[in-house]
Structure formats: C-alpha cells, structure tokens
Design a protein around this ligand. Sequence first.
Ligand code: AHG
Ligand code: MN
Ligand code: MN
Length: 342
Amino acid sequence: MKKKHITLGEFIIENQKHFKYTSGELSRLINSIRLAAKVVNHEVNKAGLVDILGAAGEVNVQGEAQQKLDVYANDVFMQTLVNREIVCGIASEEEDDFVVIEGKENTNENKYVVLIDPLDGSSNIDVNVSVGTIFSIYRRVTPVGTPVTKEDFLQKGNEQVAAGYVVYGTSTMLVYTTGHGVNGFTLNPAIGTFYLSHPNMQFPENGNIYSINEGNYKQFGQGVKEYLKYCHLDNPAENTPYTARYIGSLVSDFHRNMIKGGIYIYPTSTKAPQGKLRLLYECNPIAFLAEQANGKATDGYRRIMDIQPTELHQRVPIFCGSKNMVTKAEEFMAQFPDEANY
Ligand code: AHG
Ligand code: MN
Ligand code: MN
C-alpha cells in the first residue's frame, strides 16, 4: 500500500537519514518545537476570548496578570526546549541576553543552540490577523562540557542545521528545513497532529507581489526608491505593476510570497538606519528557508547568510523572495553603493 497522510512525527524520523549525526537529538529537538507550536497555537486561537473571560483571570490564585502573548510564547518555547536536554542555550527576542541551559546533572553536555522569535507580528494579535514563530538551530562551536558562550550564538547563517517557522493563520502550519528542501505541515486541530500538506515548497522564480511598508517611502534610500518606482511601472513584459501585499508579520508575508511568488523588503531608512528585522532569529532562518526553496535573501548587496554577526539582537536590512525579483532589486541597489554601509 502506498504511504499517504504523512505526519510531521513520521517525517522527522524519515528525514533523520540526512543528518550528519545519528544520535536522534536534532529530531527530538524539532519534535519539541512541534509540541511548543501546538501549545502556542491553542493560546493564540482563543486570543480574542481572553478579554471576554477577563474576570476569570482575576480569580487566579496566584493573582497573575494575563501574560502578553509574546511573553507567553517565549515561556512555552523556552520551557519545552529546556525539558528535552538537547539544547545548551537559547537566544530569544524576548530576552536581553542568551539563556544558559546546563542540562543533565549540570554537565553542559547538550549540543545545540536555538535562536527564536517566539511571536512574530504580535501587533496583529489584537486584530485577529496571522502571526508566527521563527526558529533557527545551530550546533554549538565551543566544546561540549563547558558552559555555552556568546560565540555559539554569533555564527553565520550558513552554519544553521535547521530553521523554520510556525504560521498561526487561517490554519496553523509548521514549515521547516534541515538543508534538504522546505516542507510544510498543516495542523489538524481536532486531533492535534501536523500533516505534510506542502512537500518540497519552492518559490516561483518570478512573481508579481511586493511586500514593503511603503508608508516609510520618504525615509528610504535612493536604491529602494528607484526599485519601488520600477514596481509601479505599467510594463506587462516585466510583469509590472506589481501587486502590493503587506501583512506586517514577516512570517505571513514570507509564507504567502513563497507560495505565490513575490519579494519582501525591510530596508534601511532614516527611522531604522540598520533596518528593523533581527539577523539572528528573523533574517537568518528566513534566508535559510528562502534559499532551500530556490529563492534568495540578501541585504541588498550581500547574502544574508554570509554576514558575520557581532551582536545577539543585531538588525539588518533584508530583501528576500523569488530569485529573479531579488536580483532585480539588487541591480537598483548597486547603483547606490554607499547605501551598503549601514
Ligand atoms: P515582532 O512582532 O517579532 O516584533 O516583529 C514584527 C516585524 C515583522 O514581523 C514585520 O514584518 C515588521 O516587524 C513590520 O514592521 P513595520 O510595522 O515597521 O512595517
Ligand atoms: Mn519578529
Ligand atoms: Mn516577536
């Protein structure tokens, strides 16, 4: 009988044959992300109800205030990752510094570090629009048995062993890569199981969607302004004018563009001289996914995954999506080389 309805759990086991290390730890780590995603999904799904039931919150014996969802998501992912004794440290958007996990009997034997944006696009929660979680996984570079250091987190994106996101949308999906293509799994909420619904996801090489917060137009550099003028041209031969789509949640904008073909840009501006998005837990995992899906991710001049990080919360501009669209945008940026020095 032919296999069908493959679950994420089955896929993770099957995918293990690609891994360099055969201990099964990376598989268990991805499994822990699967669990945390389900827990966060459950909470996100009733986000609107929480206020209605606010009075119930007040009778909480500990008198705790309702946690904001990004703090909640952070706690869930951190706790789930700590429990499995695979991860030696976590860096999160919600934590000032990285968190050390000592593991079994405080021996620092765990081998992986995780970098995470627990809730991406969280301002969309209040208006019932899609949000996400983004994660990035590396093997530590310092010796096992010693405490994890900043160096373990400041690795180039091209050292990632896995990356992915969860999109809490009209349905909830977990999309990830371990360097062997990108696969998407949709949650069946009735039984709490993710099924492989989008095998081998690929960006169309061309598209006609551009996603950028164009309200900042006047603050953009000249390269971006010229590229946007190109997007507006009435030129059917080039597929322009493009269609503007901007949800304001990187995960959702990226997800749509990967399926339909498009470019997402968060450039530098006078308001955000380094860009807004974070290299380590937003841009690098998104770049890894983009490249694994036959797309492209650059800062307008250089490959995102070649940038040497210097800070945990470092920001970079990002241009990512369909290969030919990103290449076209880079042509405009190349005319203004000074803007590469942000
Ligand atoms: P976060 O909610 O994790 O802080 O991220 C929000 C990010 C990203 O998801 C989104 O694309 C971008 O901020 C939107 O920024 P603007 O509101 O400046 O367009
Ligand atoms: Mn974010
Ligand atoms: Mn966030």
